[in-house]
Write a protein that binds this ligand. Structure first.
Ligand SMILES: *Cc1c(COP(=O)(O)O)cnc(C)c1O
Length: 224
């Protein structure tokens, strides 16, 4: 079942209307190592964690060397556990976090890559910079010595109303293009989960984060 889901989703994700390949990141929170490894064996190249403890517990048991993303809210005091092990910090939602990742990366002698998380629906329950602060956040992070911005991340509000979702997704693409025009290191617009990824890629997302559509329901009681 996981294998079929991965094969189907990789095929369906394909390219967005801008001719960009859509990268599928498996959102692995609460999933077992066995199931994560099955998804990787079936073709998943990128996996995303939400919890540092879970990331650390499973780290050594993940097979096939996928690119590791951090996609959840990240406390500054836990950044040290991720340094050098993360392809992309997708959830940089405040300057304090960007500064900590840069400081720890510099100490380790590396430069880390991140996405700027934008709170596109202006929701109190979600983290992220305000849309109108996106360019300023980009400039401030560019001034840090060891953290590079590679794009933007957003979560759309939980609604089926496409007349709400589509304009928000398009606004994200507009900001993405504005940044990309200044900086050719910008290449990811990470937007889209199991329920809304088609709409998101239609509007120009080129990275989607899928959990339940790959693995089925999450195992909250089994793991945490
Ligand atoms: C869990 C999670 C996802 C995936 O959610 P699904 O609806 O299960 O696809 C994507 N992004 C983030 C940040 C998540 O925490």
């Amino acid at each position: 079942m996981i294998e079929e889901n991965v094969k189907r989703l990789l095929k369906e994700a394909g390219e967005n209307p801008f001719g960009e390949k859509v990268t599928v990141v498996a959102a692995v929170k609460t999933q077992t190592v066995e199931d994560i490894n099955r998804a990787i064996a079936a073709g998943i190249t990128d996996i995303g964690d939400n919890h540092v403890q879970e990331f650390r517990d499973k780290y050594g048991a993940i097979e096939g060397a996928p690119r590791r993303h951090f996609i959840g809210h990240l406390q500054t005091n836990k950044v040290k556990y991720l340094i050098g092990k993360t392809y992309l910090y997708q959830s940089v939602d405040r300057m304090e976090l960007a500064e900590e990742i840069s400081k720890r990366s510099e100490r380790a002698g590396i430069v880390s890559d991140c996405l700027i998380q934008i709170n596109i629906g202006n929701e109190e329950t979600k983290g992220g910079f305000d849309y109108s602060d996106g360019v300023a956040a980009y400039k401030n992070i560019c001034a840090l010595p060891a953290l590079k911005v590679r794009g933007l991340m957003a979560m759309l509000p939980f609604t089926d109303d496409e007349s709400v979702l589509r304009p928000l997704a398009k606004k994200m693409r507009t900001l993405y293009e504005e940044l990309r025009a200044k900086d050719d290191g910008i290449k990811y617009l990470s937007m889209g989960m199991s329920g809304d990824w088609k709409l998101c890629t239609e509007c120009g997302s080129n990275m989607i984060r899928l959990g339940t559509s790959i693995f089925g329901p999450r195992h909250y009681n089994a793991i945490r």
